[in-house]
Design a binder for this molecule. Structure first.
Ligand SMILES: Cc1ncc(COP(=O)(O)O)c(C=O)c1O
Length: 411
């Protein structure tokens, strides 16, 4: 018998091997298995701890294993998981009422994801336009935007790299540069049925809209009887320190439709279209639906989350300001940090160097973030983050940046 045995594959290698054989190969994952989480930390199977400054790309708003959510999920799982939308359950009505109060928009449709909510909003736009004229079906959207991966949502996503393999897409999309009032004025016409705007572009690299621009979009939508849609999937539901990013403007610029998803049920799939009466009329009886949308578990968790969020909003703003201040300190030391953007706990650090290796190095040091558009580090931490945890994150980032600076000097 040989005394030398071949090295056993690690758990990571085993998982990677299985996934490479059986999964559609569309994701490029980091070499990390996440096993459990608590608060702002997640742990790999060996128990190594990571400060989670990405929160499942803006989903885990209350961090991980929040005791009130765990209790709610346990209780509801033992009562009723699914009803279909053929019957009532106790949580859609109260959640919709809550959403109406915090958004200023009256009617909700429940679905399961961001793209799905955008898809429904596009149907509202189409049917609104068709009632006026068959040629009124154009949707004006922004360059550099991201609205999801389904055909409709992709059609109005202003980034060639996501669209090119799937063309022809849904007809009628027109793109304009963000924050360019003149370009918007030139593009919106009688044929425009909808204008779609992310208040803070997330995947596009954390670029906020100006209030002037949003106001112009509102004015043009009114002038041409088009529906104004704000995509709050990444930038909304508390993340900017307000319930929704459009509430950052004073006075508020109210859309006709707002779509939200990611943090709404803190990790359970839940998306919403929240619309005013006029837009909601676009989806009459039998015109839209969803098997899973608005199930009792997700809706009850969302209500519990909104109960907690009310008291957390000031923390989101303060923690966000503190995080940005600490990042600005780092900016003074590292010339490759060009700009820090964002509001509340949605923060982008614009670099002049590629960010991929920095993300990798931070992960090795126990910090999770990601990089979008090659050169923007993106932070979407849980809303419960404390200054102490931010300090810990900044300390790790400092080490990572120091290494990058050293490498830049030796190259
Ligand atoms: C602004 C925005 N809209 C839409 C989507 C699509 O959401 P989902 O991945 O839940 O379909 C995303 C996802 O990142 C997003 O950030």
């Amino acid at each position: 018998m040989s005394t030398v045995s071949a090295a056993q594959p690690s758990v990571l290698e085993q998982i990677q091997s299985l996934e490479s054989q059986y999964l559609v190969q569309n994701y490029a994952r980091y070499p990390l298995i996440l096993h459990r989480g608590r608060g702002c930390y997640v742990y790999d199977p060996s128990g190594k701890r990571y400060l989670d400054l990405l929160a499942g790309i803006g989903v885990n708003a209350l961090g991980h294993a929040h005791p009130r959510l765990v209790r709610t999920i346990r209780e509801q799982a033992a009562l009723l998981l699914h009803t279909s939308n053929l019957y009532y359950h106790e949580y859609q009505g109260p959640l919709a009422e809550r959403l109406a109060k915090i958004s200023g928009l009256q009617r909700t449709f429940f679905c399961n994801s961001g793209a799905e909510s955008m898809e429904g909003a596009l149907k509202m736009i189409r049917s609104h336009g068709r009632k006026i004229h068959p040629d009124k079906y154009e949707v004006v959207a922004l360059h550099n935007s991201f609205h999801g991966r389904t055909f409709g949502a992709l059609s109005i996503t202003g980034q060639e790299k996501y669209r090119k393999d799937f063309e022809p897409l849904v007809a009628g999309a027109k793109f304009v540069p963000a924050n360019d009032v003149t370009a918007l004025e030139q593009m919106v016409t009688d044929r425009t049925a909808g204008i779609v705007i992310e208040w803070i572009q997330g995947e596009g690299g954390i670029f906020p809209m100006t209030t002037e621009y949003a106001r112009k979009a509102r004015e043009l939508a009114d002038r041409y009887d088009a529906l104004l849609v704000f995509d709050e999937i990444q930038c909304g539901v508390g993340r900017p320190g307000k319930y929704f990013a459009y509430q950052l403007a004073d006075p508020i610029v109210l859309p006709d439709i707002m779509v939200a998803a990611k943090p709404l049920a803190c990790g359970l799939p839940l998306g919403v279209i929240v619309a005013n009466e006029k837009a909601a009329q676009g989806l009459g009886s039998g015109m839209h639906g969803s098997t899973f949308g608005g199930g009792p578990l997700a809706c009850r968790v969302a209500i519990e989350f909104l109960d907690i969020l009310e008291g957390l909003l000031p923390n989101i703003e303060q923690a966000g300001n503190y995080f940005r201040m600490r990042l600005e300190e780092l900016q003074r030391h590292y010339s490759f940090i060009q700009e820090i953007r964002g509001r509340g706990l949605m923060i982008g650090v614009q670099l002049t160097i590629p960010g991929k290796q920095l993300v990798q190095d931070a992960m090795e040091q126990g910090l999770l973030m990601n990089c979008t558009h090659e050169t923007v580090l993106r932070f979407l931490p849980p809303y419960i983050i404390t200054e102490k945890e931010i300090d810990r994150g900044v300390k790790i980032l400092n080490r990572v940046f120091k290494k990058a600076a050293k490498q830049a000097n030796t190259n």
